[in-house]
Design a protein around this ligand. Structure first.
Ligand SMILES: C[S@@+](CC[C@H](N)C(=O)[O-])C[C@H]1O[C@@H](n2cnc3c(N)ncnc32)[C@H](O)[C@@H]1O
Ligand code: SF4
Ligand code: SF4
Length: 375
């Protein structure tokens, strides 16, 4: 399972929560499905016989925030759809995924059926992860969340201080979000589910490592993920203004280097991870120049938006990469259909010209090589 874990990030999460939340039956079933997917990935067929191991679902495209780096800002047709419970149940019955990621361009807790969806997954032994902007994590919804949590709940905190948080998370009420954060921290029991805090690094929060660590240290949560923000869009230019300014990356790296010698333990590890994410924001030449990177996602995962459109991944929404629509087709018809086969072929042979993927940093080449060395 080690190689599998590095290949499929969701499966790394399995290992963390497996003890409390997974039955032996579902663990064995996941390992069996995982093995079949590995076999598929080793050969990279254009039409895989195995259904996706994971599915990412936009349960709603309604959101109460207006974050400056969010793809909602450039896509039409937002605030229009909740995915019905019936459509969701049909989807998981057809795919029987090992993992469902309830994450699209909306706030999942604005979907009134989200807890029924999570319950349906739990009954079907499907591991769930779900992000939230925290604005509704209070009152009755907090109680429902604690009673029917996903296996992994991601708290999106995109700023370590009021100024950066409010500048990035448009329309957010910082005091309310912090009140919800601390209320959840107080009620949180590690044994029932896992909580991860996430920060998407960008120009306005690049130097927030100290306040972010201080917040984490005071809380009951013990995992924080730091990711460089992704510039959506075919040319990778929609959000160029959010890239760090000239010299800002180097200055932040120097700042971290200066405090590291006096820093120990978890704090030190956190600062080192932050520095790594900051360095990824340095401008680099586009993937098209190298010609060889591959992304394995189209062979083991799929993305469904709240309008039932299927895409290879959530970064490609609004592009020409609609693989089909589940109001007219079954998952198998889409997954094994001509459009997906064409997309996989282009991923293999023409990624440098594949809109969206051309500028995406995802590269699973090392994973593929490792999988191919397996007997
Ligand atoms: C799109 S939101 C949807 C769920 C929910 N509304 C929330 O904010 O948690 C999921 C996550 O994507 C992150 N995100 C949004 N735009 C991003 C970008 N351009 N690059 C990287 N992460 C991004 C957000 O910070 C959030 O953690
Ligand atoms: S809260 Fe989430 S979905 Fe809403 S605008 Fe922000 S990142 Fe996008
Ligand atoms: S290369 Fe990037 S944009 Fe393309 S399918 Fe993979 S993750 Fe999505």
């Amino acid at each position: 399972m080690v190689v599998l874990g590095t290949a499929f990030e969701p499966l790394q999460n399995f290992r963390r929560v497996i003890g409390d939340t997974f039955t032996v039956r579902s663990t064995v079933e996941t390992a069996r499905r995982g093995w079949r997917v590995i076999r598929t990935v080793q050969k990279l067929p254009l039409t895989p016989a195995t259904m996706p191991l994971g599915v990412q679902v936009e349960t709603t495209n309604y959101c109460n925030f207006k974050c400056i780096m969010c793809n909602r800002e450039v896509l039409p047709g937002m605030d229009e759809n909740h995915l019905t419970l019936q459509a969701f149940k049909r989807l998981i019955a057809q795919i029987q995924p090992a993992v469902a990621v309830m994450n699209g361009l909306g706030e999942p807790l604005m979907d009134r059926t989200i807890f029924d969806k999570l319950d349906a997954c739990r009954r079907a032994h499907i591991l769930t992860t779900m992000p939230t902007n925290l604005s509704f994590v209070r009152g009755e919804r907090l109680e429902r969340l604690l009673a029917s949590p996903p296996n992994i709940l991601q708290l999106s905190i995109d700023g370590g201080e009021r100024t950066s948080y409010e500048a990035i998370r448009g329309r957010a009420d910082y005091d309310q979000i912090m009140a919800n954060f601390w209320a959840l921290s107080k009620r949180y029991d590690h044994r029932s589910f896992h909580i991860r805090v996430l920060i998407a690094l960008q120009r306005l929060n690049l130097g927030d490592f100290e306040p972010m660590y201080a917040m984490m240290e005071r809380s009951n949560f013990n995992e924080i993920t730091v990711v460089p923000f992704f510039d959506y869009g075919h040319t990778g230019e929609h959000f160029r203004h959010l890239q760090p300014m000239d010299g800002q990356v180097d200055a932040t790296v120097e700042q971290i280097n200066a405090v590291l010698p006096g820093t120990r333990g978890k704090r030190r590890n956190f600062y080192i991870r932050w520095r790594g994410a900051v360095q990824q924001l340095k401008p680099k030449s586009p993937q098209a120049d190298t010609g060889t990177p591959i992304c394995l996602l189209p062979w083991y995962s799929t993305y469904l938006d709240a309008k039932l459109n299927v895409y290879p991944c959530c970064f490609l929404q609004g592009s020409e990469h609609v693989m089909g629509n589940l109001s007219q087709q079954s998952v198998a018809e889409v997954w094994q259909g001509e459009r997906y086969a064409h997309f996989r072929s282009r991923m293999l042979h023409d990624r440098g010209n594949l809109a969206g993927c051309r500028t995406c940093p995802q590269n699973d080449r090392a994973t593929l090589d490792a999988l191919r060395r397996l007997p």
